[in-house]
Design a protein around this ligand. Structure first.
Ligand SMILES: Cc1cc2nc3c(=O)[nH]c(=O)nc-3n(C[C@H](O)[C@H](O)[C@H](O)COP(=O)(O)O)c2cc1C
Length: 176
């Protein structure tokens, strides 16, 4: 059996950056979801999955959460990558929104901060983000996070930080 694979789905490159860093640091194989079948993952003892956050959902995570039976006995690690600042309760909220009780037990979850680049969004995402912009601008009170988000519309933001993968590397090294 092969040791570790890092599989990812990334729309604008932020999740891909983290996935590459993790694979480089650990010597793991690296795969995109578009080029991966469940059977490919079954060859590995540890599966690390990364996906961007879209309206709270971890892009493509069903590849893992939808196949917990087939992936039984493997070490499963998922990281979500969003533009919002990572606070302890944010990670918990994302985890609860994306994982059932069984998935919460079986999957080690991490939330990392990516970035935002409107120019790399597809048409549908651009429209959604422009609707959000109107909503944020109309809000009677704009908090720090909303102001930060509004600033990203004019200037792409990259909050990726290689240090942020350290807890994932530690988790990969530790026993199940
Ligand atoms: C339509 C849309 C919805 C998004 N929803 C969220 C969200 O719920 N939470 C968050 O933190 N970031 C959200 N983002 C920002 C992305 O998660 C962020 O840009 C991330 O770094 C994208 O990673 P990727 O380029 O690897 O897909 C959203 C972006 C778009 C375009």
């Amino acid at each position: 059996m092969k040791t570790t694979v890092v599989v990812y789905r990334s729309k604008s490159g932020f999740t891909e950056k983290y996935a590459r860093w993790i694979a480089e640091e650990t010597g793991a194989d690296l795969m995109k979801t578009s080029e991966t079948k469940l059977e490919d993952l079954l060859q590995y003892g540890t599966v690390v999955y990364g996906g961007g956050l879209y309206a709270g959902g971890i892009n493509g995570v069903k590849l893992i959460t939808g196949h917990l039976g087939e992936l039984a006995g493997k070490k499963l690690i998922v990281f979500g990558v969003g533009a919002s600042p990572c606070r302890p309760n944010t990670a918990e909220e994302v985890r609860n929104a994306n994982f059932t009780g069984e998935a919460r037990e079986k999957i080690h979850f991490f939330l990392l901060r990516g970035g935002f680049d409107l120019s790399k969004c597809n048409l549908k995402d651009k429209m959604l983000m422009n609707l959000l912009k109107v909503k944020l601008e109309k809000a009677p009170e704009t908090d720090k996070d909303a102001k930060g988000m509004l600033a990203c519309y004019d200037h792409p933001a990259d909050f990726t930080d290689k240090k942020a993968i350290e807890p994932i590397l530690d988790c990969m090294k530790s026993a199940q």
